[in-house]
Design a binder for this molecule. Structure first.
Ligand SMILES: NC(=O)c1ccc[n+]([C@@H]2O[C@H](COP(=O)([O-])OP(=O)(O)OC[C@H]3O[C@@H](n4cnc5c(N)ncnc54)[C@H](O)[C@@H]3O)[C@@H](O)[C@H]2O)c1
Length: 356
């Protein structure tokens, strides 16, 4: 399946490099490879954060493509390069079109391109939304674990925003050994709350499930709070709701007002990334003119360089790093390659001789 390409014109110097075959990997394949491997994937994400923390990655700022005629929509490009044993470059290209939901299709859609380390050739295009949800949920479960190590393990979890990401996060928590006495649910849409309750029933969760009419009620009654809304600006500003010092996974990044962050320990995935695009941490930086409110990164917590005090809420705000998509995407590719299940597109790269 490989095509041989002469790299130089002088016959005595001809070095032979091969153009990798190009594979297309469907969402069905991605889901089949990833399903049920929550522990392994959390370990993969942990190893990737450590590589990134050690500088063995390139993760430039994401590029946000926005449209004057469709202000609520965006497409984000996340280019990245990962070293270590993975050695892959690539790009996630992920759209968010919130109006899709009313039309009956998911808000987010994505592809992930993997590029060969040696030739730069793209060698795979993968359906990206399942990989994106998977790496987001794996990173949330990893943070829940590390950020709760110095306090009693939470037994009451609450989800604010009950879409795809909340479902994946619950699956990853359950799949990595968390069990809860109570699961609290809150969403602006009663239909989405009912849909999420249906998912919990199917997943045979033994927890008591309560749908809360207000975010306040949910936050006050949860030790682990997950925000996975599509709020564009803060809608939670009451610091007293967090007086019981919960662990907060602020996955949707824009729910919490600066005063809530200023009263908490703040952990991010990457400081420069997170202080952008009007995330809540970015709003705090704009308000205070400094980054003193940040305790550090999850990698620094894992390395023991940053502690997590028990007498304040702790908030994890992950911007979402392209290196995580690459790590999970390459893992899917390697599984399918080793089981001989790659769909190769023959002759994808066709014009391979300089002079024909
Ligand atoms: N940080 C990361 O790495 C990362 C990665 C992927 C997705 N995300 C973010 O996660 C969020 C959720 O994504 P999704 O695919 O599950 O979206 P989704 O559209 O499937 O679900 C969002 C849910 O939030 C609800 N909602 C909106 N505003 C709310 C509010 N103020 N209070 C309560 N509920 C509210 C909606 O009704 C909906 O049920 C998005 O903001 C997305 O950008 C973050």
């Amino acid at each position: 399946m490989t095509t041989t390409l002469p790299a130089t014109t002088a016959p005595e110097e001809v070095e032979r490099v091969t153009v990798p075959p190009f594979a297309v990997i469907t969402g069905a394949q991605v889901q089949r490879v990833l399903r049920g491997r929550e522990r392994e994937l959390v370990e993969l994400v942990e190893a990737t954060y450590r590589l990134h923390g050690a500088g063995d990655s390139v993760n430039p700022p994401s590029y946000f493509l926005r449209f004057p005629d469709r202000p609520s929509s965006r497409i984000i490009a996340l280019p990245a390069s990962l070293g270590g044993d993975v050695q892959v470059d690539g790009l996630k290209w992920v759209s968010s079109f919130p109006e899709n939901v009313a039309a009956g299709i998911p808000r987010a859609s994505a592809v992930l391109i993997l590029n060969d380390h040696d030739t730069g050739y793209p060698f795979a295009c993968l359906e990206g939304s399942i990989i994106s949800a998977t790496r987001t949920a794996a990173s949330a479960a990893l943070a829940a674990d590390w950020l709760s190590r110095s306090r009693p393990r939470p037994t009451r979890v609450g989800f604010v925003g009950l879409g795809l990401i909340a479902r994946y996060i619950h699956t990853f928590l359950a799949g990595t050994g968390w069990s809860f006495d109570e699961v609290g649910l809150h969403d602006l849409s009663a239909d989405n709350a009912a849909g999420f309750r249906g998912y919990l029933e199917q997943s045979r969760s033994a927890a008591r499930v309560t749908v809360h009419d207000s975010a306040e009620e949910l936050i006050r009654s949860s030790d682990l709070v997950v925000f996975a809304t599509v709020a564009a600006e803060p809608h939670i500003s009451e610091v007293s709701w967090f007086a019981h010092n919960p662990v907060v996974l602020h996955i949707s990044l824009r729910d919490l007002a600066p005063e809530v962050l200023l009263a908490s320990t703040n952990i991010v995935d990457d400081v420069d990334h997170c202080l952008k695009a009007n995330t809540s941490p970015h709003l705090v930086e704009q308000l205070t003119g400094n980054r003193d409110f940040l305790a550090g990164t999850l990698d620094e917590v894992m390395a023991g360089r940053v502690g997590v005090p028990v007498d304040r809420p702790v908030i994890f705000s992950p911007f979402g790093l392209g290196v995580l998509d690459l790590a999970v995407g390459k893992n899917v590719y390697d599984h399918l390659a080793s089981s001989g299940e790659l769909h190769i597109i023959d002759d994808f790269f066709h014009e391979l001789r300089r002079h024909g």
